[in-house]
Design a protein around this ligand. Structure first.
Ligand code: OKP
Ligand code: ZN
Length: 356
């Protein structure tokens, strides 16, 4: 299996995040990519390939994100430094447009004009500080997923996008949960445009990260050509999305499927629910499958509260293999540096070989 990488993914390095009221080291680190790469390379099972620098990433990102949001991400840090922000530091939102104070903006559909206003408007939490290098890495991350998607559309071979920052919390015009561009959504739009059947080309997105992919859900909520299926922790971050009742809207109704699971979920129960999600995808019969691959479901993940073991990742890979679709795996979360490499490798090998 080909694994796509881009060294610019490692430039984004915020010094800290605010978690449970504490300033803590940023969990979403470049070391995550390094550990996974070390586990995948060396024995010929995976071929590491550089993403294509000639891909016009912004053009593809515009199929998913609004132009004002993209321009904000590109310019915010420079504007902040002009206003006196620390060039070595990171830009955090401080004031959010809570629905209880935004009547004027909601009715007129206005974006705030001040930088501080925009910084709250285009972000929903404190997990997405912007540094001098953030936008470079955001582009690189999407470039990796586009390169892997192109491999699928050209060869039909499944591929893995080894990228960061992750993407599934990022919506049309909002960053959050370490995510800025929604890499799987950008890849899905690319695959629909590249394939002969255009937008009727069905895509299924299976999100097995521990957290609900609110951004992916939002982007495709009214779209019947993309089925979103997510297994995630109920009652955990991002708190306001991911219920079973969220089934899509308008023409997209019935094409969004959430499987919220309790804290402490173990291998057997997880795979049982995964089989249900896979059944939904089988019935939809997509041309391509995209997997939002997070291993923060692991028992020792520092921010997840499921209890999956390494053996379970082989079974997950095997269950996904059962769909027999050209499959694009895109990295999302997973924060235990000692096990992230082994767990990602085990899942991909389960998919490749079908052995558990
Ligand atoms: C990104 B991905 C919980 C705070 C959570 C952000 C988590 C982002 C996860 N109390 N902070 O889905 O792995
Ligand atoms: Zn996650």
């Amino acid at each position: 299996m080909k694994v796509f990488v881009d060294e610019e993914c490692s430039l984004h390095r915020p010094p800290y995040e605010i978690l449970s009221g504490k300033i803590v080291a940023y969990h979403e680190t470049p070391d995550r990519l390094l550990q996974i790469r070390l586990a995948l390379e060396g024995d010929g099972v995976f071929q590491i390939e550089d993403a294509d620098r000639s891909i016009d990433v912004q053009r593809h990102a515009l199929q998913v994100h609004s132009v004002d949001y993209i321009e904000y991400l590109e310019s915010a840090f420079g504007l902040w430094v002009e206003e006196g922000g620390d060039p070595e530091g990171s830009l955090f939102p401080e004031t959010f447009p809570n629905a209880k104070i935004t009547q004027r903006f909601a009715t007129a559909n206005l974006a705030p004009r001040s930088l501080a206003g925009k910084t709250g408007y285009y972000c929903f939490d404190l997990s997405c500080p912007i540094t001098a290098d953030t936008y470079t890495s955001v582009l690189a991350s999407a470039r990796v997923s586009l390169s892997a998607a192109r491999e699928l559309s050209r060869s039909g071979e499944s591929a893995f996008a080894l990228s960061r920052p992750p993407g599934h919390h990022a919506g049309t015009s909002v960053a959050g949960g370490y995510c800025f561009f929604n890499n799987v959504a950008i890849a899905a739009k690319y695959l629909q445009q590249e394939s002969e059947c255009s937008t009727c080309c069905g895509i299924a997105i299976l999100d097995i990260d521990y957290h609900h992919g609110n951004g992916t859900q939002e982007i495709f909520y009214s779209d019947s050509s993309v089925t979103y299926v997510s297994l995630h922790a109920e009652l955990d971050y991002p708190y306001f999305t991911g219920s079973r009742e969220e089934r899509g809207d308008g023409p997209g109704e019935g094409f969004n499927h959430n499987f919220p699971l309790p804290f402490g979920t173990e291998d057997g129960a997880y795979c049982g629910e995964l089989r249900k999600g896979v059944k939904v995808i089988k019935e939809f019969d997509p041309a391509y499958l995209i997997v939002s691959l997070g291993v923060d479901t692991f028992e020792s993940d520092p921010i997840g509260a499921f209890k999956l073991t390494t053996a379970c990742y082989a079974e997950i890979g095997c269950i996904i293999r059962g769909l027999s679709k050209p499959t694009l795996f895109v990295l999302e979360g997973g924060y235990d540096l000692d096990t992230i490499g082994k767990n990602v490798r085990t899942l991909l090998e389960g998919f490749i070989t079908g052995a558990v």
